[in-house]
Each structure stands twice: as C-alpha cells, then as structure tokens.
Design a protein around this ligand. Structure first.
Ligand SMILES: Cc1cc2nc3c(=O)[nH]c(=O)nc-3n(C[C@H](O)[C@H](O)[C@H](O)COP(=O)(O)OP(=O)(O)OC[C@H]3O[C@@H](n4cnc5c(N)ncnc54)[C@H](O)[C@@H]3O)c2cc1C
Length: 435
C-alpha cells in the first residue's frame, strides 16, 4: 500500500486528490492537506475584488466534499518537508508519505517593493481570497470618493491577464455607475509591451489589447519597473510617478518558505523543478503541479518577468502526475505521459471579453508554436461565467476531468497530455512542435 499526500487544495491540489482517488485502487491511501478550510476558484477573484461576485459563490467547504470520496482531509499548514526521509511536518504532527504532490500555488512576495500592499502597503491585490475581500472593501470606499486608478504588476510578476481584466472591468463598472469621467485609469506593467503576458509572440494580442485599452481611454505605461509606492503615488524606475486613489498591483510569486527551506528541493525562488513527467529530477517521490512548478522565462525581457501558469495547464499537470504515479505503482501500463502545456485563458472585460491561446505555451527552439492568437467578443465573458460554474460543479461532485471534457478538448485539437517515450522521460528540454 502506498500513501500519497497532496499539499494544497486549490486548482491543482483538489483535482489531483480526486484524480488519484479515481485511478488508484482503495488499498492506496490519498491524503489532502490544506491550510485553508475552503477551495477557492482563483480565476474569479478579480470579480470579487470589484464586488461583482460574492466569495461564497466561488468557494467550497473542503471538510464537506473531500472525505466522502475516500480521501483523508487534513486542515493544517505544512511547515516543513524532508524529501529524503519522505516526511512532512504539520503544526503538531509528522506525516510519512510514499509520494507527495506539491500543489501549494504561490506565496505572494508582497515584500518585493516598498509600499506594496495590501497588508503593509497602499495597494490592493486579488491573488488570494483574503486579498480580494480587502480589495473589495477598498473599492466600495473608493466609489464614495473616486479619483485616479492605477492597475499593474510589480517587476518579476508572472500573471498579467488579471491586471487587464481588473482595469477593463473597473472601467466598465464605473461607466455603468456614471463615474468613469472622474476616474483616469492607467496600467503600469513590466511587460516589454502591453499584451505580452509573459508569453510573447502572441500574434495579435499586442494590438488587440492596446486597441481595447485605447477605446476605453485606459493609459498604458509599459516596459517599466515600479520602484516604490507611497500612499497616493506610484514611483517608476525611470523617475516618473503616477498618482492614485485606488491601485491594484499584482505582486511577484515565489514558493512558500517551507519549500525554499528544504535543501535541494526548489530553485532560489522556491519553485519546484520538474522533469517532463512532472516528477522532481532528484527526488523520485516528489511530484508537483500548478503555479509552484518551475518554468523558465520564455524569452529575456528588459525587465525580468515570469511565465503565467494558467488553470488549463494545471489540469494537464494533474492528469500527468496521476498517470505517472499510477505507472510507478503498477496500476496502469504503457509509457509515462507529459502535459502538452497549451495555455488557454478567458478574460472578462464587462462589455466584452478576450480569449488568449498559446499552443504550446513554450515555443520550440526556433520560437515556433502551432498556433497563438487572441480573439474577443461578449461570448468570451459568457464562457468564463459558464466555466466557473462548470468547474465548481466538478469540484463539488469530485468528477475531475470527465471523459466528455477530455474528448471535447481533443476534438478542438487541444489534447491535454501526450505519451513520452520511456528513454526521453528524463529529457528536460522544451516540448517539441508535435506535427
Ligand atoms: C487573480 C488571478 C486570476 C487568474 N485568472 C485565471 C484565469 O482567468 N484563467 C486561468 O486559467 N487561470 C487563471 N489564473 C491562474 C490560476 O488561478 C492558477 O493556474 C491556479 O490557481 C493554480 O492552481 P494551484 O493549485 O497551483 O494554486 P492555488 O489554486 O492557488 O492553490 C494552492 C493552495 O495551496 C494552499 N497552500 C499553500 N501553502 C500551503 C501549506 N503550507 N500547507 C497547506 N496548504 C497550502 C493555498 O492556501 C491554496 O489553497 C489566475 C490567477 C490569479 C492569481
């Protein structure tokens, strides 16, 4: 019997626990540890920050939904991990494992810039549920006495879509309330150009994003680093500054301290290096999924930025890791698999939306992808809402990735995973163009 422990019950960890339970016979034990009592659908947090969604609607009580599927649920924080002795320390006990799946998502590096909030600074964030609630409270106050808004990302950030979503949704909401004329909105981003998204080479995304921002009178300052923030002004590294009454600045991400402190487990920022099988290169018992996995920047940019890890990629990693652990345990046969790492992201802008697709996320050595495009339309906003409901239902019922979803994605030319020749399972090079 093997004991598989999943750390973190977010978009990666909860589906991983369900998928492992689904694939592995009952003699193997699956344990899910979360430092939060609830699962949160993170992609909807920009809506929460602007008061357009209640947090309740995008959260699920883990103790109610997880144990009924034959998974042990522990509500506790992992404080240390020793991959050599295969042990995890919780606040008051030690847990032994045969395999661990690290799915902690990021720790927010809110100390990266002086003045970066929300706790010890002046800006808001929508990267976790607590921050989204604080952002919403500040937003309600702001509506009483509006002024300039700045939305953006700190240098080293890797998740830019939510900044555009937040800025354009704020613009739409203010227009509906008749307040838009009183509120100049500026986007400040370390991306080399607005719409780069940490991905680059996204064909028309640069022009589409720029046109959408211009149409809605949102100013852009790109290729710039924020140096520090004071109570009403954001200072830039080129000596400019931008005033604000409300600011939402996405922080850089890093791995949680308990991972950074485990010798040999992570890179300097706390991200877990992985082989194409999503197993750690040095520790056979360690797998990782989601934001915590290490992905090197796709290209060098004047101001360093990271690569976004979206929900679709996280689901691909979950299927990969489950299959490869089942293979190790002799439960399935055949070759190991790897995720295809296709990035699909829907963003809602209120009166329209944008779909970004990079297939695969990581281009080959010549910088080529199968396809990369951005398109817009109200249908994208509807799809985003529909997808939230669908994903919440999946997590409530423990379906994970039902056959019709896998089939649908395959028919759209978006296979989630692909077989890996056994002798290349240790090949850490970038995915090859498949056709
Ligand atoms: C604001 C925002 C908007 C986004 N919008 C989109 C979008 O529109 N579409 C899209 O595809 N992707 C989007 N993403 C990306 C998407 O949310 C991530 O890909 C996804 O959440 C990654 O899942 P994860 O499991 O790695 O992390 P998370 O979902 O963050 O889950 C990690 C969990 O681990 C827990 N944890 C952390 N440390 C410990 C510990 N020590 N012990 C126990 N538990 C711990 C955390 O509390 C958390 O519950 C967005 C991200 C952000 C921040």
């Amino acid at each position: 019997m093997a004991h598989i422990v999943v750390i973190g019950a977010g978009l990666g960890g909860l589906p991983a626990a369900y998928e492992l339970r689904h694939v592995l016979p009952r003699q193997h034990q699956v344990t899910l540890i979360s430092n939060q009592p609830k699962f949160t659908f993170v992609p909807s947090l920009p809506w929460v920050g602007l008061g357009l969604r209640s947090l309740d609607r995008i959260q699920l009580e883990l103790a109610k939904i997880v144990p009924q599927h034959g998974i042990e649920f522990i509500h506790d924080s992992v404080t240390a991990i020793d991959p050599r002795s295969r042990q995890i320390a919780l606040k008051e006990r030690i847990l032994k494992y045969d395999y661990v799946v690290i799915a902690t998502g990021p720790e927010l590096a809110v100390d990266a810039l002086p003045g970066l909030g929300p706790e010890n600074g002046y800006t808001q964030s929508v990267c976790n549920p607590h921050h989204a609630v604080l952002a919403c409270e500040a937003w309600q106050q702001f509506l009483q006495d509006p002024g300039p808004i700045v939305v953006g990302a700190a240098p080293g950030a890797s998740c830019f879509g939510p900044a555009y979503e937040f800025a354009l949704l704020a613009s739409h909401t203010l227009r509906q309330k008749g307040l838009r004329d009183q509120v100049p909105i500026t986007i400040v981003t370390p991306e080399p150009y607005a719409g780069h998204l940490g991905i680059g080479g996204m064909a028309n995304s640069r022009w589409l994003i720029r046109a959408m921002l211009a149409d809605r009178h949102v100013d852009v300052i790109d290729n710039v680093a924020i140096s520090h923030i004071e109570s009403d002004r954001i200072y830039l590294s080129d000596d400019r500054s931008v005033p604000f009454k409300y600011a939402m600045i996405l922080p850089p991400f890093r791995g949680p301290s308990f991972l950074r402190e485990a010798p040999g487990l992570t890179d300097a920022k706390g991200f877990v290096p992985v082989l194409p099988t999503y197993r750690h290169p040095d520790f056979d018992s360690v797998y990782a999924v989601g934001v915590i996995t290490q992905l090197k920047p796709i290209e060098n940019t004047p101001i360093p930025i990271g690569v976004p890890k979206v929900g679709q990629m996280t689901e691909e990693m979950v299927i990969t890791v489950t299959h490869n652990i089942a293979l190790d345990l002799g439960v399935v046969s055949g070759p190991p698999i790897r995720p295809t790492l296709q990035a699909i992201c829907f963003a809602d802008f209120g009166d329209t939306g944008a779909l970004f697709l990079a297939d695969p996320l990581l281009p080959d050595q010549e910088g080529r992808r199968h396809r990369a495009f951005t398109t817009k339309g109200m249908w994208v906003s509807w799809m985003k809402t529909g997808f939230e409901k669908y994903f919440m239902d999946k997590m409530r019922t423990g379906w994970t990735m039902p056959w019709f979803e896998r089939l649908g994605l395959r028919m759209l030319g978006l296979p989630l995973v692909e077989p890996l020749p056994v002798d290349s399972a240790l090949d850490v090079s970038r995915p090859k163009i498949l056709s």
